[in-house]
Design a protein around this ligand. Structure first.
Ligand code: DGL
Length: 284
């Protein structure tokens, strides 16, 4: 048994769609979440700043002595996971591998796998590399859907006619391409799942990377005998780099529970925490 927290970070509030599954699956775990709301979105950035931000986020979370760090951001998982894993001295789980694994299992029935994600995630080719490793010969079609992120953040839901129109615009051309599996490879897309599914038509299985990741985290903790005490009621503590009120208001839709308190950590503070952690690691 291990009462250290599970640390989670994302470019903003989207990672709460992963935490939602984690809270249900592992209700005894304490979670510390960091959302880099001052620097979101990551999905339109190139690799160097994403690596840089991801390392600062992970090092900020190291001060809580976590037993595992979950990278609940598809863009970071696609562009910076090895760098994060190398920089912190604890197990790191990203959202990409669990999502790709679930899709590859479904793909044994044939047909193409559709990857939906940010521009950075799709153009990185990281999902494609994982999928072709897990299911050699599989056809992967990547489609960036950038408008989905602001639509969700604006409070629009799957039944909204504008969401349905945007989903059709992105996805209707794929009908007839023998797509059997679609990966929701962005933290925001699970909230639009029904609209995405309707635009793709019947017979397409949807993989929610966040849900798969919660299972991967449980398996990693169980394998290390590091699950929390079953008598313990897990808590969640949230930190953001900007606008805690907005995070609380919109984030509760992702988390599907109220968010009581959100703590603000301005960039200068978490950059200082990141430097301290790096210095300690180097023994300086
Ligand atoms: N969290 C990001 C992802 O899953 C979406 C938002 C962003 O672009 O930062 O890729």
């Amino acid at each position: 048994m291990n009462r250290q927290p599970v640390a989670v970070f994302d470019s903003g509030l989207g990672g709460l769609s992963v935490v939602r599954h984690l809270r249900r699956l592992l209700p005894h775990e304490d979670i510390v979440y960091f959302g880099d709301t001052a620097r979101v979105p990551y999905g339109i950035k190139s690799q160097p700043p994403v690596v840089h931000f991801a390392l600062e986020n992970a090092r900020f979370l190291q001060q809580f002595d976590p037993k595992l760090i979950a990278v609940a951001c598809n863009t970071v998982s696609a562009l910076a996971l090895p760098e994060v894993a190398e920089a912190v001295g604890v197990p790191v789980v990203g959202v990409l591998e669990p999502g790709a694994r679930a899709a590859a299992t479904l793909a044994v029935r044939g047909g193409a796998i559709l990857l939906l994600g940010t521009e950075a995630t799709v153009s990185s080719g990281a999902y494609e590399a994982a999928l072709t490793r897990l299911a050699p010969g599989v056809r992967v079609i990547g489609v960036p859907c950038p408008l989905f992120v602001p639509l969700v953040e604006e409070g629009r839901v799957a039944s909204d006619p504008i969401v349905a129109a945007v989903a059709r615009e992105y996805l209707a051309p794929l009908r007839g391409q023998d797509v059997r599996v679609a990966i929701l490879g962005c933290t925001h897309y699970p909230l639009l799942r029904d609209a995405i599914s309707a635009a793709l038509g019947v017979g397409v299985e949807i993989v929610d990377s966040g849900r798969e990741t919660s299972h991967a985290i449980r398996d990693a903790l169980a394998a290390a005998d590091a699950l929390s005490d079953p008598q313990h009621v897990g808590s969640i503590r949230c930190f953001v780099s900007d606008n805690p009120a907005r995070f609380g208001r919109i984030g509760s839709r992702f988390l599907e529970e109220p968010i009581d308190a959100v703590e603000l950590v301005p960039p200068e503070a978490y950059v200082a925490a990141a430097l301290d952690a790096a210095r300690q690691e180097l023994g300086l």
